[in-house]
Design a binder for this molecule. Structure first.
Ligand SMILES: Cc1cc2nc3c(=O)[nH]c(=O)nc-3n(C[C@H](O)[C@H](O)[C@H](O)COP(=O)(O)OP(=O)(O)OC[C@H]3O[C@@H](n4cnc5c(N)ncnc54)[C@H](O)[C@@H]3O)c2cc1C
Ligand code: FES
Length: 271
C-alpha cells in the first residue's frame, strides 16, 4: 500500500498563461485521480517541495486535472518556470469539498475574487452537470484590473447559459473596460437576491471573503447556507501536523469548505 505521503507521478501536459502572475497547468497523473469539487491536492515539485491547490477542472474527469496557480513563493515560482513534459507528483484528494446535495433546489450565489475563481470553476463544472437541480445561478467575480481576470472567454460563455447570471468587476479599470468598477461586493446590489432560497459560496483572498461574508450576513443571509473555502497554511494534508489548525478544526480534514456558522467566532479566521 502507498504511504499517505507518497505522491502519484504526474506529467505536465500543457501550461497556459491566465494573467501576468497566474497560469493554468494541465496534469496527467500516472493513474486516474478522482476528486469531489472543493477538495484539494498536494502538488509536488520533486527536489523542491509541495503545496496545496484545489483543482479548477471538472470533477467528472479523473484522467487529467487542471490547476490554476498564482505565483506566491518557492513552489509556485518554480511551477511557473516549468514547460510541458515536466515530471511532478500529486497526492490526495483531501478535505471535504462542497456538499452539493445541500445546494440542490436552491438559488446559488457564487462569489470569487482573483485566483479564487479557480476552485469555483470546478464547482461550476459540477453545477453544469447538475443544472436541473438549481433554479438559478449567479456568479459575481472581481479582480484587481482587467488584465488580472482569469478565464475571460469562459466568463463570456457562462453568461450566455440558461439560468446563469455572470457579473464581473475590477477594482481599477483601463481604457477598454466598460464593465463595473469597484470591489466585488459592489456587485451584490446588482443581483436580485431571494435570500430565503439562496445558498452562497465565497472563495478568494481573506479580505475579500471577510467583506463579502459580512455584507451577505448583514443583508440576512443564513450563516449555515454561506460556504467559505479556508486556505490556511498546510503541510501534511492528512490531519497529522497541525499546521492548518483553525480553532477546534484541522482545515485539511474538516474543511477546507466550512459554513460560516461553524467558524465565525474563531481566532485568526480572516488571516
Ligand atoms: C486548500 C487550499 C487550496 C488552495 N488552492 C489554490 C489554488 O487553486 N490556486 C492558487 O494559486 N493557490 C491556492 N492555494 C494557495 C497555495 O497553496 C499557496 O499559494 C502556496 O502554498 C504557496 O506556496 P509557495 O511555496 O509558492 O510559497 P511559500 O514560499 O511557501 O510562501 C510564500 C507566501 O505565501 C504564503 N502562503 C503559503 N502557503 C499559503 C496558503 N496555503 N495560503 C495562503 N498563503 C500561503 C506564505 O505565508 C508566504 O507569505 C491553496 C491553498 C490551500 C490551503
Ligand atoms: S495540514 Fe497537517 S494537520 Fe492539516
Amino acid at each position: 500500500m502507498r504511504s499517505p505521503y507518497q505522491p502519484i507521478a504526474a506529467t505536465l501536459e500543457k501550461v497556459a498563461e491566465e494573467t501576468p502572475n497566474i497560469k493554468t497547468f494541465w496534469l496527467r497523473p500516472a493513474e486516474p485521480l478522482a476528486f469531489r469539487t472543493g477538495q484539494f491536492v498536494e502538488l509536488t515539485v520533486p527536489g523542491l517541495g509541495e503545496a496545496p491547490f484545489t483543482p479548477s477542472s471538472s470533477p467528472a474527469v479523473a484522467e487529467q486535472m487542471e490547476v490554476t496557480i498564482m505565483k506566491a513563493g518557492t513552489v509556485t515560482d518554480r511551477l511557473h518556470e516549468l514547460q510541458s513534459g515536466a515530471k511532478l507528483g500529486l497526492r490526495g484528494p483531501y478535505g471535504k469539498g462542497y456538499p452539493m446535495e445541500d445546494m440542490y433546489g436552491k438559488e446559488l450565489l457564487i462569489m470569487g475574487g482573483g485566483v479564487g475563481l479557480a476552485p469555483l470553476r470546478s464547482l461550476l463544472y459540477q453545477v453544469f452537470e447538475d443544472i436541473d437541480k438549481f433554479s438559478r445561478v449567479m456568479l459575481l467575480y472581481g479582480a484587481k484590473t482587467p488584465a488580472d481576470l482569469i478565464y475571460p472567454e469562459q466568463l463570456k460563455e457562462w453568461s450566455k447559459r440558461e439560468k446563469f447570471e455572470v457579473l464581473v468587476s475590477v477594482d481599477v479599470g483601463d481604457n477598454g473596460w466598460t464593465g463595473n468598477v469597484g470591489v466585488v461586493t459592489t456587485l451584490i446590489p446588482k443581483v436580485k437576491l431571494n435570500l430565503d432560497k439562496t445558498v452562497a459560496v465565497v472563495c478568494g483572498p481573506p479580505v475579500m471573503m471577510k467583506f463579502a461574508t459580512l455584507e451577505l450576513i448583514q443583508m440576512g443571509m443564513a450563516k449555515d447556507r454561506l460556504y467559505l473555502s479556508m486556505e490556511k497554511n498546510m503541510s501534511c494534508g492528512v490531519g497529522k501536523c497541525g499546521h492548518c489548525r483553525l480553532g477546534p478544526y484541522y482545515v485539511c480534514q474538516d474543511g477546507p469548505v466550512f459554513t460560516y456558522d461553524k467558524i465565525e467566532t474563531l481566532a485568526g479566521l480572516w488571516e
